[in-house]
Ligand binder design. Structure first.
Ligand SMILES: NC(=O)c1ccc[n+]([C@@H]2O[C@H](COP(=O)([O-])OP(=O)(O)OC[C@H]3O[C@@H](n4cnc5c(N)ncnc54)[C@H](O)[C@@H]3O)[C@@H](O)[C@H]2O)c1
Ligand SMILES: O=C(O)[C@H](O)COP(=O)(O)O
Length: 480
């Protein structure tokens, strides 16, 4: 083991739903794979912040970072070999791609949206998924405020004209935003921040959400989407992509909007039907629109966005007072750094200690840190099918040992148990691992060091205790 690496050992059991290579699955002994932090491979795509790379490299992992997303073929090739993948909104982790991810333990979405990942398929394979639920909310809210002013003053068009050398000083159909009504669809992290900013600029705010939410400031919740559309001068969308929000805004909704109103979409490209938007702008029913997200988006910078938008792209580009931006709502230095730190921290805590707090598809559990009194301690992490009798079976195995602490929870079809066991020797580790990982309901069994008081040197020491427990033969079985 290279000097400076954290001595972290993880014994990863085969996942019954996946076809592991025969050498991996033939015997439990062969499946038992102690490995160090330096064996953990992390693939980061889509220009994830240096802050994340620093944290993950600092943990001793092998980090491969790419500035763009990968084609499906290359993604499948690469995902086969990694324990963790970090993505943003472009990379689609479908069940087909995940089926190839035999070693994958965890996915980090370095953004808010998680619609690009098949969350259920991931959970079924024992792969937990983390995101950053609010680190870019402020950036999106500020962008939308800017767009409201830009649209109201036709600033986008004046800017294009000036770049073409055209002086066109107009006040017709240019307005202050003070006293106008903002309609927010989706009053979550972004929608509610926006509400406060808009009110501070003299706007009246109404919002529509599927759940009852306490309004901030003097904003008012309305009970139907149509009511919101009829009231607002500006309609802005801040909903996640779900079955309900797909095609949420079409011809019928745009015709309900006030004549001369504006539409803003910085949520997901599937929420607004572009042909309907086009019709609204061409007929001048809408006085303008700002769009940050598209049904299909290019994979990397420099790619032609027209090709991606297909048939209606050229018509859209002819529209007046239409601001198009390349999905930059959350793209600020501040947001990317905060997201990098937040998600990378969740990833290493999951990899090292199994902590699943904040996971979006997995039961969320953690245990208090290991105490000095807990000598030669291991943490057993057991993701399993949520069926009756499993814990009884597992606790019969653990009953022979000193269980310092234990926590178990379920989420849908998946359950997850974490237990810290002290005073174990090499035979105990092997036996615990073999018996738990061969339980019928097993999805993924891991054995790792317990969490020390957030102190890497201490974790190293715990790992070092395990080095002494695990035979050299075990140590030579490394990640393949
Ligand atoms: N353009 C960007 O760069 C960018 C950046 C961040 C987030 N986003 C998108 O914005 C979305 C919202 O972000 P957030 O942090 O505010 O999410 P959030 O989960 O905090 O809030 C979403 C709100 O939408 C509501 N909602 C869900 N379905 C609805 C429906 N059918 N009708 C009305 N309301 C509904 C929810 O109840 C919730 O209050 C994200 O899911 C993401 O897709 C885009
Ligand atoms: O879901 C999000 O946070 C936004 O859509 C931003 O996505 P991005 O990180 O790909 O810019």
């Amino acid at each position: 083991m290279a000097q400076g690496q954290v001595n972290q050992y993880q014994l990863v059991s085969p996942q019954p739903n996946l076809k592991r290579s025969s050498s991996f699955t033939s015997t439990h002994a062969k499946a038992l794979k102690p490995f160090a932090s330096g064996d953990i491979k992390i693939l980061l795509l889509e220009n994830i912040s240096q802050a994340a790379i620093d944290i993950l490299s600092g943990e001793g992992y092998q980090v491969e970072a790419h500035s763009k997303s990968l084609s499906d073929d290359v993604l499948i090739e690469k995902i086969r070999d990694v324990h963790c993948i970090g993505i943003r909104s472009k990379t689609k982790l479908t069940s087909k791609v995940l089926a190839e991810a035999k070693k994958l333990l965890v996915i980090g979405c370095f953004c808010i949206g998680t619609n690009q990942v098949d969350l259920e398929a991931a959970a079924r394979q024992g792969i937990s998924v983390f995101n950053s639920p609010f680190s870019n909310s402020r950036s999106v809210a500020e962008l939308v405020i800017g767009e409201i002013i830009f649209l109201s003053r036709q600033l986008g068009d004046r800017n294009i004209e000036m770049h073409q050398g055209i002086w066109n000083k107009v006040s017709a159909n240019c307005y202050e935003i003070r006293g106008k009504t903002l309609g927010i669809i989706g009053y979550g992290h972004i929608g509610s921040q926006l509400s406060v900013l808009a009110e501070s600029m003299g706007m009246t705010v109404y919002f529509y959400d599927i759940i009852q939410i306490m309004p901030l400031g003097i904003a008012k919740q309305v009970s139907t989407l149509h009511e919101l559309l009829e009231r607002a001068d500006f309609v802005t969308l801040h909903v996640p992509e779900t079955e309900d929000t797909k095609n949420m805004i079409g011809d019928a909704e745009i015709s309900k909007m006030k004549k001369g109103s504006y539409l803003i979409n910085a949520s997901r490209g599937t929420v607004v039907q572009i042909p309907a938007l086009l019709k609204g702008l061409q007929s001048e029913h809408l006085r303008g629109a700002a769009i940050d997200v598209y049904p299909r988006e290019p994979r990397s910078n420099g790619q032609n966005f027209n090709d991606e938008l297909n048939s209606w792209a050229s018509e859209l580009l002819k529209c007046k007072n239409l601001i198009l931006s390349p999905h930059i709502g959350g793209s600020t230095e501040e947001a990317q750094r905060m997201i990098g730190i937040e998600v990378a921290t969740a990833l290493f805590k999951y990899i090292n200690y199994g902590t699943s707090i904040g996971a979006v598809n997995f039961p969320e559990i953690d245990l208090r840190a290991i105490q000095d009194t807990e000598k030669n301690s291991i943490r057993v992490l057991f993701a399993h099918q949520n069926v009756p009798g499993v814990l009884k079976e597992i606790n019969q195995i653990l009953a022979d040992h000193n269980v310092e602490k234990q926590h178990s929870d379920s989420r849908g079809e998946i359950a997850y148990m974490m237990a810290d066991i002290s005073d174990v020797n090499e035979d105990d580790i092997r036996k615990i691992y073999d018996t738990i990982s061969s339980a019928k309901a097993n999805i993924l069994t891991r054995i790792t060091a317990s969490q020390s008081p957030a102190d890497k040197i201490k974790i190293g020491e715990i790992g070092f205790e395990l080095v002494k427990l695990i035979s050299p033969a075990f140590l030579s079985l490394r990640c393949t």
